[in-house]
Design a protein around this ligand. Structure first.
Ligand SMILES: Nc1nc2c(ncn2[C@@H]2O[C@H](COP(=O)(O)OP(=O)(O)OP(=O)(O)O)[C@@H](O)[C@H]2O)c(=O)[nH]1
Ligand SMILES: [Mg+2]
Length: 737
């Protein structure tokens, strides 16, 4: 292979450009590292935010935390992706130039001229070859022959990136298509609304005639990993028009994603330049254009639009369209600063003659179009010398002169994006720094908990009072049972002798019927009254029960303050209170001591109701013997008469007592109701009592509310949170210049 003498000046310039760019690459790397640190700090903060919210914090803190948004993490990811592309571009050791243009404009020919490599390494249309796929040509010194690495689409990539865009654009009824489906069923007919479009028909034809009809020929390659090929094989993978020895078309290019060709450039001084050859674009494969150009946004440093003006050529709609597609696909790439328009002058053009006039015409009128490139050059792409002097040299001069300003612009663009993210992060971090400000604030916590305590205690006690109010006239079933037991006991155990013989005996003992009768009445009366002694206690049941219910409510609101569940809870609580909590203390003590003694009342009731008649003074023996008092008794002996009389008196006393006792059966309910009402008034409604509660509970907060026991832990959590916020602020600050 012929090696052309090295132009050291050119080599140095290329080297200088690459070095300058690499310095910029280090800056980008620093920004990237800072962004990574910032992202990490935000991710940490976000995790803590989620933990806090999941664990459950007070409502104020929860709402403040909830307001902190972390969309900036996604923005940082986008920025990192952008910076990574930039860094990749800036730190590589080559300047990559790509050619973009419609088919048969001389792109491949220009690359041949620039590198000095043969038609076999970069096939051009001279032998009827059209470039079929993206190929990258890199210099590798000392290689006697070119070699190439071929990457194929995977079946998934092929379905998603190649076929699906056709189905979508042409409206073929499917949103996505897999290779299997495609191989099984031919693409459906073009929809009616597309039938008249020449472009759509051409695109459809490409899909059907090339991709579908040949699927059997290239499908196996989609399963293939990267292969290495020799120089002779290159056309079989990069061109659209190769044929095998039997004259059959080779369609490998359809499955190729990218080819990287390594060869030794005869012009060694441009060894640090790599070239990217793209298939000629046209209406048929315009669908693929955007995808191909997108690859350039990462791979190319400089783009050469190549156009070979035909006779009477003007800037066409198609030229603008291609430029727009490129600008869109290249995203942040500074197309206007990093591209030249090459107008290919062919002295012996196919259409005959020299197109120099047209070239200059187009060169002059380019500024009237929206196409913006750094320079527009007229050159003969098939002339190596011209390609050097008219294309390469101006590009290098331009880059030497502008690389700094281009980088500055890239830098400014990055910084602008970074500043925007920084600002939005700052807004969120400001929210974050105050989000937990009150989280470990005991006073605030107390107020919140006390408010809840007061509301619930009031509600529970009022509900209880309501219940007692509704039942204040109802009979006390416990008491009723006790009364019935006592009455039955009276009836069962009267204490009255069962036979008159016993009366006779008593007569002998006491010396007279009179004395025997009197003694008998004393015995019967005391026996009778003895049965009612337990009623006083029974009448206290209701009160006790009411006190228990109050204790239950108080206990449920006072946490771990008092262990007891008994009525002495009230006493213990009262003792814990300071002496100046007079209302509260009094209310509790009074409830604890509250006791309506019914003993006197019951005795009075019983004695008033004919028990008195069981006394000798009120029922003298002599009266028994009056004929009109005791009817039909004359036939009975005196003992029997006595027996009958005391039985009757006893019977009457029992019956009357029963009636009288039944009348006071609701009194315990009434007493309990008023007792409770009095208690509630004292501990909830009395003037200043809320303040008494407040002072007391503030002192006992730790015992009453678990939240207060956690406050130490909260202080620690708050410290961690603040440290994370500070860290995020610090790294965010580093992003700002
Ligand atoms: N006379 C002359 N012929 C040229 C010139 N540039 C390209 N050609 C010829 O034009 C035809 C197409 O050139 P290519 O370099 O293959 O064009 P391309 O833009 O790469 O085409 P695709 O790969 O199909 O996109 C070939 O036959 C070239 O030899 C030129 O400047 N002068
Ligand atoms: Mg080509």
């Amino acid at each position: 292979m012929k090696t052309i003498q090295i132009d050291t000046n050119r080599t140095e310039r290329i080297h200088e450009i690459i070095q300058q760019r690499q310095r910029f690459g280090s800056q980008i790397e620093r920004s990237r590292a800072n962004l990574e640190a910032c992202k990490l700090a935000l991710v940490n903060l976000k995790e803590h935010q989620s933990e806090f919210l999941a664990r459950g914090v007070d409502a104020t803190s929860a709402s403040c935390l909830g307001e902190i948004k972390f969309e900036a993490i996604n923005e940082i990811d986008n920025l990192l992706y952008f910076l990574e592309k930039l860094r990749y571009r800036c730190t590589r050791n080559t300047i990559n130039m790509a050619v973009v243009g419609y088919a048969r404009q001389g792109k491949s020919r220009l690359l041949q001229s620039l590198t000095g490599v043969s038609n076999r390494v970069i096939p051009d249309g001279a032998k009827g070859y059209c470039t079929g796929t993206l190929s990258k040509i890199v210099h590798q010194p000392g290689l006697p022959q070119a070699v190439a690495k071929v990457d194929f689409y995977s079946p998934h990539e092929f379905g998603k990136q190649v076929l699906t865009p056709y189905y979508e654009t042409l409206g073929l009824g499917k949103k996505s298509i897999t290779v299997e489906e495609f191989a099984r069923t031919p693409p459906p007919r073009l929809p009616l609304d597309k039938k008249d479009s020449e472009i759509d028909k051409a695109r459809y034809g490409h899909l059907r005639k090339n991709y579908y009809s040949n699927i059997g020929k290239y499908r196996h390659l989609l399963e293939s990993s990267t292969i290495e090929i020799t120089e002779e094989e290159i056309p079989q993978y990069v061109t659209q028009d190769s044929i095998d020895k039997n004259g059959n078309k080779i369609v490998n290019y359809l499955a190729v994603k990218q080819v990287e060709i390594s060869c030794s450039f005869p012009h060694e001084d441009i060894g640090q330049i790599s070239l990217l050859d793209l298939p000629g674009l046209g209406d048929t494969n315009l669908i693929e254009t955007e995808r191909l150009i997108k690859i350039l946004s990462q791979e190319a440093d400089f783009i050469l639009f190549v156009r070979r003006p035909e006779a009477n050529a003007v800037w066409r709609e198609a030229d603008l369209k291609l430029y727009q597609i490129a600008r869109h696909a290249l995203g942040d790439f500074f197309l206007s600063k990093c591209s030249f328009m090459i107008l290919n002058r062919s002295k012996h053009g196919a259409e005959g003659g020299d197109n120099a006039y047209r070239c200059h015409k187009l060169q002059g009128s380019l500024k009237e179009t929206p196409i913006r490139v750094a320079k527009c050059i007229v050159t003969d792409c098939s002339d190596s010398q011209e390609a050097f002097t008219e294309v390469l040299e101006p590009i290098l001069d331009y880059l030497v002169e502008n690389v700094e300003s281009i980088e500055r612009e890239y830098g400014l663009c990055c910084q602008k994006k970074i500043d925007q993210v920084c600002q939005s992060i700052n807004v969120e971090l400001d929210k974050a720094s105050v989000a937990l400000a009150r989280y470990s604030d005991g006073d605030l916590l107390f107020e919140q908990l006390f408010e809840k305590f007061w509301r619930k205690l009031t509600n529970d006690l009022e509900n209880l009072l309501m219940e007692f109010k509704e039942n204040r006239y109802s009979l006390d079933s416990d008491l009723e049972k006790e009364v019935q037991n006592a009455i039955q006991q009276c009836r069962r155990d009267t204490g009255i002798p069962t036979s008159w013989d016993e009366i006779s005996e008593r007569r002998h003992i006491f010396g007279s019927y009179n004395n025997a009768y009197n003694e008998l009445l004393h015995e019967i009366r005391t026996n009778f009254l003895g049965n009612f002694l337990s009623l006083d206690k029974a009448m206290q049941f209701r009160l006790q029960n009411c006190k228990y219910l109050v204790v239950k409510i108080l206990k449920s609101h006072l946490g771990e303050l008092i262990d007891s569940e008994e009525i002495n809870f009230l006493k213990i609580l009262a003792n814990l209170l300071a002496d100046n909590s007079s209302n509260l203390k009094q209310g509790l003590e009074k409830l604890y001591e509250f006791d309506v003694s019914h003993a006197g009342k019951i005795i009075r009731l019983l004695r008033e109701n004919h028990v008195d008649k069981l006394k000798p003074d009120t029922n003298q023996f002599s009266l028994l013997l009056l004929p009109n008092e005791v009817e039909n008794t004359s036939e009975l002996n005196i003992e029997e008469q006595i027996l009958n009389a005391v039985q009757k008196l006893h019977q009457e006393a029992v019956d009357k007592s029963e009636i009288a006792l039944n009348k006071i059966m609701n009194e315990p309910s009434m007493d309990a109701y008023f007792m409770l009402e009095e208690f509630i008034d004292r501990i909830l409604r009395a003037k200043g009592v809320q303040l008494e509660w407040r002072i007391f509970l503030r002192k006992e907060s730790n015992q009453v509310w678990s939240e207060f026991r956690e406050i130490e832990e909260r202080i620690q959590q708050q410290k961690i949170w603040n440290a994370l916020v500070e860290r995020a602020k610090e790294v965010n600050g580093l992003l700002l210049k």
